[in-house]
Design a protein around this ligand. Structure first.
Ligand SMILES: Nc1ncnc2c1ncn2[C@@H]1O[C@H](COP(=O)(O)OP(=O)(O)OP(=O)(O)O)[C@@H](O)[C@H]1O
Ligand SMILES: [Mg+2]
Length: 412
């Protein structure tokens, strides 16, 4: 719940600029019930050890990033660990060791404001070990974890054991160095590394073992599973072809690991515009092995609703009938943020947005939620000076044609 004016202003400002507010997603979300319940089903599957791949496609401004954030919050609340990434200049999925580094540097867990670190993931577990009445029990627990980690990678297990020891001893310096090594940091001196009994660093060949070990660790530490989110996947289309090809190969590896449950209780959630599928030359279809892994979904996502359980789903535009709800929510936040009195009803304000959009010669059935919201806030900013918005505007559809009626002027 938004509980102070500064937060309210921050939310309005993010929305006004077409962005997704960092917090308070729950206070503004409309629609998406179906996607959310499907995601909850996916999380339940994870709990049973069944890995999932989900790709959410949608046009610009339909609410992909917003939805990913809403899903992220749901997963966190339910005790999953989430790594939230987006393709950008630095992170392009083309190098496996970089991929591991970015996953580990974009982690989130419950009850931790904002980004957490590898370190925070252990907090509760270590506290429990320290406070256990029976020391033997703690030792057994640690041994069990380390033994399991050895099956994945010896070096990882060794570093982890030293990490747990220094964490229990409150050796902060050592804890920090080892945790950054375990999270893929390469710039750690040789002398330092000998102190925790490792050489080398994370590279292409051991990265997949490290990732497997990490997903298992998440499970052993008591979390329900691990969700890796990658937004703006379509930006790969603009990359050099060698970079793109490597990125698709890596995605393919990742999918294989997930479906074979080599990554423990892990879900991969991707999002981008549908170009990533439709562009035959540069999209997923350009890598036959990758598109085969996505199976029938690659041809059937357009049907969206009926196939919400498919691995590829098409995000539909928010329905015109849902815009009243978001108008209400935003108007209330706006009034609270700026202490202003707005006489016009939400219904009328919503109709004014539709009216301005329609007046620009655009089809209101193509209106995207981003454009709706930015137009609404522009109108709210002007409501004081521009009295036209204070008059009551009615709206109805006549067949395909929108009809607006300004009740004061009685004109169409
Ligand atoms: N379901 C929703 N309920 C309320 N507001 C939403 C919803 N979906 C999106 N928004 C808002 O609409 C705007 C656009 O959403 P978002 O940035 O998620 O779109 P996008 O599909 O990721 O766009 P792009 O293609 O540019 O990345 C944001 O201000 C966001 O907060
Ligand atoms: Mg986006």
């Amino acid at each position: 719940m938004i509980a102070n004016k500064t937060d309210a202003k921050i939310v309005i400002n993010a929305l006004k600029n077409g962005g997704v507010p960092k917090e308070f997603i729950e206070d503004i979300i409309i629609g998406r019930d179906m996607e959310i319940s499907e995601f909850k089903r996916n999380l339940n599957n994870l709990n049973d050890g069944i890995g999932n791949i989900k790709i959410i496609l949608g046009n610009y401004g339909t609410g992909k990033t917003f939805l990913l954030n809403a899903l992220k919050n749901i997963a966190l609340k339910d005790d999953f660990v989430v790594s939230f990434l987006q393709i950008d200049r630095a992170f392009r999925l083309n190098k496996l060791d970089d991929f591991y580094y970015y996953i580990m540097h974009n982690l989130f867990v419950k009850n931790n404001d904002g980004l957490t670190s590898f370190d925070n993931i252990f907090d509760i577990w270590i506290d429990n070990l320290k406070n256990a009445p029976d020391k033997m029990e703690s030792t057994n627990e640690i041994n069990k974890v380390i033994k399991t980690m050895q099956k994945y990678n010896d070096t990882f297990a060794r570093a982890l054991l030293n990490y747990i020891r220094s964490k229990i001893k409150n050796d902060y310096e050592m804890t920090e160095v080892i945790s950054s090594w375990l999270s893929g940091e390469k710039n750690i001196s040789y002398e330092m590394k000998t102190k925790f009994n490792v050489i080398g660093s994370i590279n292409k060949s051991n990265m997949l073992d490290f990732l497997k070990a990490f997903s298992k660790l998440v499970d052993l530490l008591g979390y329900k599973g691990f969700v890796i989110v990658i937004d703006e996947i379509d930006l790969l289309l603009n990359e050099r072809s060698d970079i793109r090809k490597n990125a698709y190969e890596n995605l393919k590896y990742l999918i294989d690991l997930i479906v074979a449950a080599d990554l423990t209780k892990t879900m991969l959630l991707l999002s981008g515009t549908k170009e990533i599928i439709e562009n035959e030359e540069k999209g997923f279809r350009s890598n036959i092995a990758l598109s085969q892994r996505l199976g029938n979904a690659i041809d059937s996502y357009e049907f969206g609703i009926g196939n919400i359980k498919e691995s590829i789903i098409m995000l539909k535009d928010i329905k015109i009938t849902d815009y009243l709800e978001i108008t209400d929510k935003i108007v209330n936040i706006y009034k609270y943020a700026y202490d202003i009195h707005i006489k016009t009803t939400s219904e009328s304000l919503k109709n004014w947005v539709l009216y301005t959009y329609n007046k620009n010669g655009k089809n209101i059935h193509e209106l995207k939620v981003r454009e709706f919201i930015t137009r609404l806030i522009t109108i709210l900013d002007q409501v004081d000076e521009n009295h036209i918005y204070n008059s009551n505007l009615e709206f109805k559809m006549s067949g395909d044609r929108p009809i607006f009626k300004n009740v004061l002027s009685k004109s169409n």
